[in-house]
Design a protein around this ligand. Structure first.
Ligand SMILES: Nc1nc2c(ncn2[C@@H]2O[C@H](COP(=O)(O)OP(=O)(O)OP(=O)(O)O)[C@@H](O)[C@H]2O)c(=O)[nH]1
Ligand SMILES: [Mg+2]
Length: 203
């Protein structure tokens, strides 16, 4: 009887959880973004705080893995933030085949490393498992004067060549101010839904 009630309760309270990989070359701002996302979508029910996370000052280059569960009204996102240094990228392989979507972070001011970012992204999304997965690109560091706009970022990453395969969005944002991050995640949740459409969104 207890297991019947428990099963019924679990069915009633079930919310889908989507594993998502947060990737990009080093210093693009992945871990800083994750700190904001933990504030915007706290894993437990509490009032959303929106002030700048105090933890941002303490962030150092990621060597292992940061994980956060983001709570949205009808879903959860389980986000893995992995170090982006070249020597650490082989570690991505251990996680990415579990991922249902990719969040790719770009330092929009780093024109010199755009090609490296494009090549690493192409290699990643060509994996059979990820061929049709939603791709959210955070065009980060928009608070800086010389930041490329999202259209330029999408061209630099050659995203249009993959436009027919998956839902894609290039979201301008800043992990300095928190701008744009919430919007990006809200798009990603929609793109994981059953009625998601193949699109190239550049807000
Ligand atoms: N001005 C500005 N600086 C940022 C922004 N996002 C991140 N930074 C800075 O960029 C540096 C790298 O940020 P991280 O969040 O550690 O970058 P990461 O991608 O996690 O780096 P790895 O862990 O080495 O792969 C830090 O000095 C951050 O303060 C942003 O939107 N604007
Ligand atoms: Mg990091």
């Amino acid at each position: 009887m207890f297991s019947l009630v428990q099963g019924f309760y679990e069915e009633l309270t079930y919310v889908p959880e989507h594993p998502v990989a947060l990737l990009g070359v080093e210093e693009s701002g992945k871990s800083s973004i994750l700190e904001w996302l933990k504030l915007y979508f706290p894993s437990t029910r509490r009032a959303n705080r929106v002030e700048r996370p105090s933890s941002l000052q303490k962030i150092t280059s990621t060597v292992g893995l940061n994980v956060a569960k983001l709570r949205l009204p009808n879903e959860r996102l389980l986000v893995w933030d992995l170090g982006g240094a070249r020597a650490l990228r082989p570690i991505w392989e251990r996680y990415i085949d579990e991922a249902q979507a990719i969040i790719w972070v770009v330092d929009s001011t780093d024109t010199e490393r755009m090609d490296e970012s494009r090549d690493a992204l192409k290699k990643l999304i060509s994996r059979p498992h990820l061929k049709h997965s939603p791709l959210l690109v955070f065009a980060n560091k928009q608070d800086l004067e010389n930041a490329m706009d999202p259209v330029k970022v999408s061209l630099a990453l050659d995203m249009f060549s993959d436009a027919e395969n998956r839902p894609q969005c290039v979201q301008p944002c800043s992990a300095e101010t928190g701008d744009g991050l919430k919007d990006g995640i809200e798009w990603l949740i929609k793109s994981l839904g059953e009625d998601a459409k193949i699109e190239m969104r550049i807000p």
